[in-house]
Ligand binder design. Structure first.
Ligand SMILES: C[S@@+](CC[C@H](N)C(=O)[O-])C[C@H]1O[C@@H](n2cnc3c(N)ncnc32)[C@H](O)[C@@H]1O
Length: 192
């Protein structure tokens, strides 16, 4: 089955847990990682990778000495990701929930990451999960690192992400169905 049909089926079955009708386009995937300093990034984590359109760009751009942890909760998506990316020596595909992010990283000997790329449907998460996510991001994101978040609701969640980060910028990407974009967030606020 192709990625689009699998994705559409998951959307009709799980709704807001998938939150999108189709995988991100190649343009949106590239826009989402366009601020990453590839020559300096040593550890990067992708959350909610789906069928892996952004993972594909990471596989093209990440240097061999950059560790890439790819996290996805859905077992079918995780299997596809493993088939496509687990063979890359610097890639580690993990089937799991973002609730366990800090533990998943600790289990791999990782205390800090340079960049977090998120395809997660964060605004649809329950409030406690939103806080847990950003607490975990605060714990693991290295100083100066960025949290990049895709969205299919351009500009709508700017204020939402500004509740959690000191600096948030938005990049619009019309070449996606539907038109979409990415938030680039830095300086996670203290949520205690
Ligand atoms: C909007 S899709 C994005 C997929 C892909 N990154 C893309 O750009 O096409 C959201 C993804 O987040 C995953 N997801 C949702 N909740 C999750 C959670 N709590 N932990 C890990 N992954 C989750 C879903 O299974 C889905 O694959």
């Amino acid at each position: 089955m192709n990625d689009f049909l699998l994705f559409l089926g998951k959307f009709f079955k799980h709704g807001t847990a998938i939150a999108s009708l189709a995988p991100s386009s190649p343009w949106l995937s590239r826009t989402t990682v366009r601020n990453i300093p590839w020559d300096r990034v040593k550890v990067l984590v992708e959350l909610g990778a789906g069928t892996g359109p952004i993972t594909k760009v990471l596989a093209e751009k990440a240097r061999p000495d950059c560790r890439v942890i790819v996290l996805e909760r859905d077992p079918d998506f995780a299997r596809i990701l493993r088939e496509r990316y687990q063979r890359l020596p610097n890639f580690d595909v993990v089937e799991g929930d973002v609730r366990d992010l800090a533990e998943i990283l600790r289990g791999r000997g990782i205390d800090l990451v340079d960049s977090v790329i998120s395809g997660l449907p964060v605004p649809s998460f329950p409030k406690d999960l939103q806080r847990d996510l950003f607490r975990a991001v605060k714990q693991v994101l290295a100083p100066g690192g960025s949290y990049n978040q895709i969205t299919e609701m351009p500009w709508v969640y700017l204020r939402f992400y500004r509740k959690f980060f000191d600096r948030v910028q938005f990049a619009f990407e019309p070449r996606n169905f539907p038109p979409a974009g990415a938030y680039f967030c830095q300086g996670v606020k203290d949520l205690s």
